[in-house]
Design a protein around this ligand. Structure first.
Ligand code: FE2
Length: 402
């Protein structure tokens, strides 16, 4: 039998979550799961409401479907089929697929799509006929559905994205959660989501674009000394500000206790093996082990790096029935709130990802692709420039040991 979590309050063992004080929860390493270090933060006054679910313990998720896929994507893009087109929107991330309905994918196509999403971070589709139920069914194929931490949307596995009808600067002035900033969905969970899929069903004539930033790219474009420094660090991802926001602003009583969870600052993607800068200003509050001054300055530096990385960003203009399918383990995203007083509405499904880990001898995407080019093992899953050989002339300029 595997050992259960160890709970402590003020350094003393306990057998239940304390309502008034932080409860430290240590899930020990097992054969299936890495160790997880988490803090259940004190409960806020909630009148007679008691959050029902407590905290979510780490779970083992099914093996990623992308690992079963052929990296040359022969089922997704069959040779001789001129209807299905792939357009890479930037060299780093974002691919648009046309001529394909998500409602009609075969299992092999689903696997290859999962692999493509892991590599390209986000894949877009337009004019989709997929229903909400079919969207759920597709994600059931990929893994365990994730629910949102408020009971309204926490019941079904589908979250409806309904935006505010006022300028967000006025609406969000009363709380500190940087709602409109880059984030990976629910990164504060022990099992942060892997895939998310958003289908937009109602939107203004213009506005409401979404931006994604590549975590592969923001890691590989750091200098080697800074890469080495951040490689060994961990950061606290917190749901506390989200909890306050849900409670104080939306008037919805949260179903989960607020938590802070320690995750590596540099994670190794479980499918591609590339290193990812696993930070997002939406939920990360501090770097573990640094003093407050150091942590704030380092996060300022890294967030500036992320926010200015135009070469690692893709911006998508939605149309009715457009779909974005992204990998929260490889990208962060941010909505553009520029269309008040109009509204937009979408349906999002999400699945639980693995407990994030840092594999010390893993490499950046740039290093991995340099090796791929050197060995002539370019596969269709890589970006269009690699497939078409635009990088080949530069091979000598991409040192493997950056
Ligand atoms: Fe999101």
């Amino acid at each position: 039998m595997s050992p259960g979590p160890v709970l402590t309050v003020d350094g003393k063992p306990t057998d239940h979550l304390d309502d008034e004080k932080p409860t430290v929860i240590d899930y020990p390493e097992t054969a299936d799961l890495p160790a997880v270090h988490q803090i259940a933060t004190p409960l806020k006054p909630l009148g007679d409401h008691v959050p029902a679910k407590g905290v979510r313990a780490p779970v083992v998720v099914p093996k990623d479907r992308g690992l079963a896929a052929d990296p040359n994507l022969p089922n997704l893009f069959p040779s001789g089929n001129s209807e299905i087109k792939r357009t890479d929107l930037t060299p780093s991330l974002g691919t648009l697929i046309s001529g394909l309905q998500l409602s009609k994918l075969t299992d092999k196509q689903k696997d290859e799509l999962a692999l493509l999403v892991a590599h390209r971070g986000v894949v877009f589709f337009r004019d989709q006929d997929i229903t909400t139920q079919q969207q759920r069914d597709l994600f059931d194929y990929y893994g365990i559905p994730e629910t949102d931490p408020d009971p309204e949307s926490g019941k079904p596995v589908t979250t409806t994205i309904q935006e505010q009808e006022e300028d967000f600067r006025n609406t969000y002035v009363h709380f500190k959660w940087p709602f409109a900033d880059f984030h990976a969905d629910s990164s504060f969970q022990a099992n942060p989501p892997s895939f998310s899929m958003l289908r937009v069903v109602e939107l203004p004539p213009t506005g409401g674009d979404t931006n994604w930033i590549s975590g592969y790219g923001t890691y590989e474009t750091l200098s080697k000394p800074l890469q080495q420094f951040v490689d060994g660090l961990k950061a606290w991802h917190s749901s506390e500000l989200l909890y306050d926001s849900v409670l104080n602003h939306w008037g919805v009583k949260p179903g989960d206790r607020p938590v802070e969870t320690l995750h590596p600052v540099v994670t190794t993607h479980p499918v591609t093996g590339y290193k990812v800068l696993n930070l997002n200003s939406g939920f990360v509050r501090r770097i573990d082990g640094l003093n407050r001054f150091e942590s704030d300055r380092l996060l300022d530096l890294l967030y500036t790096h992320i926010h200015t990385a135009q070469d690692q960003l893709v911006r998508f203009r939605w149309e009715k029935n457009s779909v974005a399918f992204w990998d929260n383990r490889a990208v962060t995203h941010r909505a553009t709130h520029d269309y008040a007083p109009l509204n937009r509405r979408g349906v999002r499904v999400t699945i639980k990802g693995q407990v994030p880990v840092h594999v010390p001898d893993s490499v950046s995407r740039k290093e991995a692709l340099a090796k791929v080019l050197k060995e002539g093992k370019v596969q269709a899953v890589h970006n269009a420039n690699l497939r078409e050989g635009d990088y080949r002339g530069r091979e000598a300029q991409i040192p493997v040991d950056l």
